[in-house]
Design a protein around this ligand. Sequence first.
Ligand SMILES: Cc1cc2nc3c(=O)[nH]c(=O)nc-3n(C[C@H](O)[C@H](O)[C@H](O)COP(=O)(O)OP(=O)(O)OC[C@H]3O[C@@H](n4cnc5c(N)ncnc54)[C@H](O)[C@@H]3O)c2cc1C
Length: 308
Amino acid sequence: MHPLRTLILAAGANDAVRRLVATAPVSRDVVRRFVAGEGTDDVVAVTSRLVADGLSVSLDYLGEDTTDERLAERTVQAYLRLLDRLHAEGLSARAEVSVKLSAVGQALDERLALDNASRIAAAAEQCGTTLTLDMEDHTTTDSTLRVLAELRRTWPWVGAVLQAYLRRTLDDCVTLAGSGSRVRLCKGAYAEPSSVAFAHPHEVDLSYVRCANALLAGRGYPMFATHDPRLVAVIAERALWYGRKPGSYEYQMLYGIRPDEQRRLVNSGEAVRVYVPYGEQWYGYLMRRLAERPANTAFFLRSLVGRS
Ligand SMILES: Cc1cc2nc3c(=O)[nH]c(=O)nc-3n(C[C@H](O)[C@H](O)[C@H](O)COP(=O)(O)OP(=O)(O)OC[C@H]3O[C@@H](n4cnc5c(N)ncnc54)[C@H](O)[C@@H]3O)c2cc1C
């Protein structure tokens, strides 16, 4: 792993740094570049703005690795409140939810995570929208795909996420490329051993393209989650090759990252969904985004030092 990335992730685990970031007056503005806010009102306001710009949205209530049943329940309740609000505001046709199974109890008991995810899926259906299961580190992949398969028996539209950096993923893409299957393809965000994952960025990119081909050749609905300009161009070319019309697949990007590119794609007729995180536990998410890209960290540190 890049030394700066290691340093930022270590800072992310440091309480003093956490306090500094959480209390510095300008943090709010900087955090808001990547996180929609802490409460339901904040995220509904951001969603309205993005939808008015022609974008679709997937909303992530921040909170992961729950080993406490009450915290898992709090996450479920937050999603249920959010879905109600999206419905009431007329946003649910364009705004779905993304759920991490670890946030709803996967580490405690897979059955608990399935039951909790089922409650969110049922509420999503009632509100006229969908749910995608985020993918976490490789030790959870089999469990997450088992829960996905169970959920899809009742709600076949539940979305999966596959990570191109895992060596197994091309096979998973082929398995999940059937009719109606919604699959988000991303590079993968966790530090994984080379026994299960490609280590070199170039290998990950090649895997991404192989997986994209498998999904585009299939009969499902691929969702290409990447900010990488080269991959965005390759997907456009491959989609044409497979006779895919815009709207039979979509691009996905994170809130605050390459917003101009998001709008360019929408203006050229493509379907684009923005992944919008919110909630009180924004700190770990922010640190992961900063660690991904030194330029973001420089921007963040300049803001902290320059204006606080
Ligand atoms: C919608 C969405 C959902 C995701 N869901 C998951 C998930 O469920 N599980 C999971 O493991 N991972 C998930 N990820 C994260 C993903 O796996 C990658 O870690 C992340 O997207 C960075 O990879 P990249 O494809 O953008 O390419 P990178 O190789 O990281 O970046 C390529 C180029 O994109 C631009 N770029 C990338 N990051 C930034 C940035 N932070 N700021 C500015 N420019 C940037 C730069 O031009 C950079 O050169 C998700 C990502 C997205 C977009």
